[in-house]
Design a protein around this ligand. Sequence first.
Ligand code: HEM
Length: 124
Amino acid sequence: MKKKRIEGREQIIEIVDRFYARVREDDLIGPIFNDVAQVNWETHTQKIYDFWEMLLFGSEDYKGRPFPPHIPLGLKPEHFQRWLQLFFSTVDDSFEGQKADEIKMRALNIGRNFLNNLQARGLS
Ligand code: HEM
């Protein structure tokens, strides 16, 4: 099937929903979301839609601080690696173009930042 472009919130919702479907079933990072953090998927995904819409399209609905919730989770480099693998493959399966490249680049940069921050605190 022909790949699409990310044009706004509709495609962000599609990516986030497909990504978390993979995350939830993943043997390595699924349990962190499901068991360690016991994530409320309804509220979490709404937040993440807003987060990506802010980064890609400058919307102002996201009000959180992204890093703190990750501090207590015991995240290791391999968790970030898997997170990023799943995110990239989710985007690449259905999307192409400048915004598709941008969302992957931003995910990679933020993931690296989170990991650096955790390592600087001796938490990873
Ligand atoms: C192994 C890697 C990761 C794991 C296991 C993880 C897990 C989590 C968990 C459990 C939460 C709290 C969920 C909630 O109760 O709402 C959260 C929040 C969040 N995560 Fe991650 N995360 C990971 C990597 C990332 C990366 C790489 C990004 C960004 C590119 C990211 C962005 C966010 C954002 C924006 C929030 C919401 C913060 C807020 O406003 O409350 N996460 N994550």
